[in-house]
Design a protein around this ligand. Structure first.
Ligand code: KIV
Length: 295
């Protein structure tokens, strides 16, 4: 059964969240029983091949979130607010969030930022749109943060992460993502919030964890990211399978008779007559023999 915001906030179990971007992904995540699915703007990096998540548009998120929703009708779905969809003010943010709920079927939205987005989080939660905050590394504005690197390593930066998380909670966020911060800082932040923290690259002390689909399932071959554990090697297996397919097509081992469809021999004979094809009826007889075996 789909979790509600109070279920998630009160949960004493570790919350499980994974990103997904399409219909089969939604189905698989739902069958696996995760608590929440995130249609993250990581979509830009791992599915659309953009250079940065800042390029992701509302249309991208809506298109993919709708597909995930069709695959996972009974799982709590969070859609990311892409860069540019909320920074231009509260009215734009409300309009974007309403679209994610109405058009994409999201149960909640996620919003990157600390105290500077408090008014936006408050406005959304006031009209009943659940918000998940996101502090620590914020990939949409990573350039301003000095690149995609661990945040909160100095006292000043650590205090800013805590202030951002507190601000999200104060404004009504039901949970806060902590991305790429030291584990001890994540522990301190988690112990100071009533709402759950959901970590990625933030160690084991958060109340939930989120991983990107492609990292978790090894879709891209190569080195494992430090913040993720790979539970499968889909990229390697897919390349192997595609190679085997290519070899078999080239070598004539695929397809075989069993992958094809039969034609009744009288139809085949009539067709050949029509085409003036004077081939013998050997193939038609073979098809007839196959049909007799089947029916
Ligand atoms: O876009 C995303 O996938 C995210 C997660 C990494 C939390 O924001």
């Amino acid at each position: 059964m789909k979790k509600t915001v109070p279920d998630l906030v009160r949960s004493t179990d570790n919350l499980v969240m994974v990103t997904a971007y399409d219909y089969p992904g939604g189905q698989q995540a739902e069958r696996a029983g995760v608590d929440m699915i995130l249609v993250g703007d990581s979509l830009g990096n791992v599915v659309l091949g953009y250079e940065s998540t800042a390029q992701v548009t509302m249309e991208d998120i809506i298109h993919h979130a709708r597909a995930v929703r069709r695959g996972a009708p009974d799982t709590f779905l969070v859609a990311d607010m892409p860069f540019g969809s909320f920074q231009t003010g509260v009215t734009d943010a409300l309009r974007s969030a309403v679209r994610l709920v109405k058009e994409a079927g999201a149960d909640a939205v996620k919003l990157e930022g600390g105290e500077e987005v408090e008014d936006i989080t408050r406005a959304l939660t006031r009209v009943g749109i659940p918000v998940m905050g996101h502090v620590g590394l914020r990939p949409q504005t990573a350039v301003a943060q000095g690149g995609l690197k661990v945040q909160g390593r100095t006292v000043e930066d650590a205090l800013a992460v805590l202030a951002g998380a507190r601000s999200a909670e104060r404004a009504g966020a039901f949970a806060v993502v902590l991305e790429a911060i030291p584990s001890r800082l994540a522990e301190l932040v988690t112990s100071r919030l009533r709402v759950p923290t959901v970590g990625i690259g933030a160690g084991p002390h958060c109340r939930g964890q989120v991983l990107v689909w492609h990292d978790l399932l090894g879709v891209f071959e190569g080195e494992e990211k430090k913040l993720a554990r790979r539970y499968a090697e889909l990229g390697r297996d897919a390349t192997r399978a595609l190679r085997a397919y290519a070899e078999e097509v080239r070598g004539g081992q695929f397809p075989t008779q069993e992958h094809g469809f039969l034609m009744k021999s009288d139809v085949l004979r009539a067709l050949r007559r029509e085409l003036g094809d004077d081939a013998t009826d050997t193939d038609a007889d073979a098809d007839l023999a196959e049909l007799q075996k089947l029916y």
